[in-house]
Structure formats: structure tokens, C-alpha cells
Ligand binder design. Structure first.
Ligand code: LER
Ligand code: MN
Length: 263
């Protein structure tokens, strides 16, 4: 198991300062999503990571794939393709895709198709195109299921796995976020076992979305399911931090390594 964290949670005004701190704290990866890092070109990012233990893990993708405006959808697809190319150039783990936040933006055309049915078909069409880019570049796009208060479309691992099955290409995978799973899954370990072949990345936060160890989630059954499935990827910490950020990141790392060892 390797530990990563969202870039925006790490103290420091530059990527280099953040990487220095994460190396001291024993982290292995960082998720890129801020203008400070994603405003740089691939060469600059490669330089920042050269000779480092900490690797780039996820790169945030676009959020306009299900816009009713064709030019916004095109912009979203173009941005995603750029991020997939960046993923190849800096050897990151995956590009992260949340298909939509909030309610549907496209109109309800029932009785022919509901808005959600249209969204599913549109998303599948787009994912099939993106799967070809992933294959050409040798990279992965991970779809992140979110809880019902953040999105309506992909809430569970099974819904995410269903999209992967329908696309049926290696480049389209899912991530499992323990915060969202603790709201949406009846049995986190069972859901992980079921979707295991498609899980390429994991987010961790406690039940209250504070650092792991500060809520009531027992991570061990889910970690056991990941271990049994041979998951050897990252646990990406994504939460609010209580205490000073540096101490909180250290606390989260210690807690997660212990829970993983006990699982
Ligand atoms: C949003 O709640 C979330 O979990 C993020 O990983 C989305 O980028
Ligand atoms: Mn997440």
C-alpha cells in the first residue's frame, strides 16, 4: 500500500515545498489539481518530480461532459485529452473524472428518454471515445462515484463498474472513496469485492470527512477486501484536517498504515 494526499491539503506555496514536506512525512504520492501544478507544462512537472520518492498519482479531469452546450462538452473532452496526455508524460496513475456534480443539466425528454437516461447514454458515448485515447496513450481514466448529496448519476461502486463493463476497455476504471462509500454502500467490503477488478484508486476520509482516525469508520474490513483483491495502489487522503496540517497529515499516515497492517 502506498499513501497519497490531495495537493491542496498540503502546506507550502509551491509544489516543490509540498513535495519536500510529504517526503519528510513518509508519503508516496500527491494528487494534482491546483492551478499551481496544472498550470505548469509537462517538462516543468517532470523536473519537479525528478529524483523524488513522492510520485504524481491522480490528475483532476474535466467537469463539463454532460453539459447541454455542445461547445462546453467539446471543451471538456479536449481538456480531458490534454490531461490524459499529461498523465502519460509524467507517468501519473490516472486522470480522475466526476461525470457530473448536482442535478442533470440536460432536459428531460420523457416519455422518450429521461434526463438521466440521456446522461447515461451520452456519458457512455464519451467514455468509449476516451477509452481509445487511454489505449493509445497507455493511461487510465478513473470514474469516481460520489454520494447522493453531491451527484445523482454515479453513486455506487456497482454503478461505476457497470459503466466499465459497458465500455469494456482497460483504460476506463473506477475509484473507491471511503467517505462516499460510507453513505452509499450497504457493506463497503462486499461492494469492494464485487467491483474489485475495476478499482484502480482509493480515497480515504473518515465518516465526518476529517482525517482517518477522527470519525467512526472502521477501515479494516474494506482494507481487507482491497488486500484480498491484490490492490497495491494508493490510499489518497482527501479530507478536512483538524490540528495543524503537518501534524494532521502525520497522524493520518500513522493511522492508515496501522489500519492497513491490521486488516
Ligand atoms: C468529491 O466529494 C470527491 O470525493 C472528490 O474526489 C472529487 O474530485
Ligand atoms: Mn474523493
Amino acid at each position: 500500500m502506498r499513501l497519497a494526499v490531495r495537493e491542496g491539503m498540503v502546506p507550502g506555496s509551491t509544489l516543490e515545498e509540498k513535495l519536500d514536506l510529504l517526503e519528510r512525512l513518509g508519503y508516496d504520492g500527491i494528487e494534482l489539481h491546483t492551478p499551481e501544478s496544472l498550470g505548469r507544462d509537462a517538462e516543468d512537472l517532470r523536473r519537479a518530480f525528478a529524483g523524488r520518492r513522492v510520485r504524481p498519482t491522480t490528475i483532476d479531469g474535466a467537469r463539463t461532459l454532460l453539459s447541454p452546450d455542445p461547445s462546453e462538452r467539446r471543451t471538456g473532452m479536449d481538456l480531458l485529452r490534454q490531461r490524459l496526455e499529461l498523465c502519460r508524460q509524467i507517468a501519473a496513475t490516472a486522470v480522475l473524472l466526476v461525470p457530473i456534480f448536482g442535478r442533470p443539466l440536460i432536459p428531460d425528454l420523457s416519455p422518450w428518454r429521461t434526463a438521466v437516461e440521456l446522461e447515461r447514454e451520452l456519458l457512455l458515448t464519451e467514455l468509449k471515445e476516451l477509452a481509445q485515447d487511454c489505449e493509445r496513450l497507455g493511461v487510465t481514466l478513473v470514474i469516481e462515484p460520489l454520494n447522493r448529496y453531491e451527484t445523482h448519476l454515479v453513486n455506487t461502486l456497482d454503478q461505476g463498474a457497470d459503466l466499465c463493463r459497458r465500455v469494456n476497455r482497460e483504460g476506463i476504471r473506477i475509484m473507491a472513496d471511503f467517505f462516499h462509500m460510507s453513505i452509499e454502500e450497504a457493506d463497503i467490503a462486499a461492494s469492494i469485492r464485487q467491483a474489485a477488478p475495476f478499482i484502480r484508486y482509493v480515497h480515504v476520509a473518515d465518516s465526518n470527512r476529517l482525517q482517518p482516525g477522527r470519525g467512526h469508520t472502521d477501515f479494516r474490513p474494506g482494507f481487507r477486501a482491497l488486500k484480498e483483491a491484490g490492490y497495491d495502489g494508493y490510499l489518497g487522503v482527501e479530507c478536512r484536517l483538524v490540528g495543524t496540517p503537518t501534524e494532521a497529515l502525520q497522524e493520518a499516515a500513522d493511522f492508515l498504515r496501522k489500519a492497513w497492517a491490521e486488516a
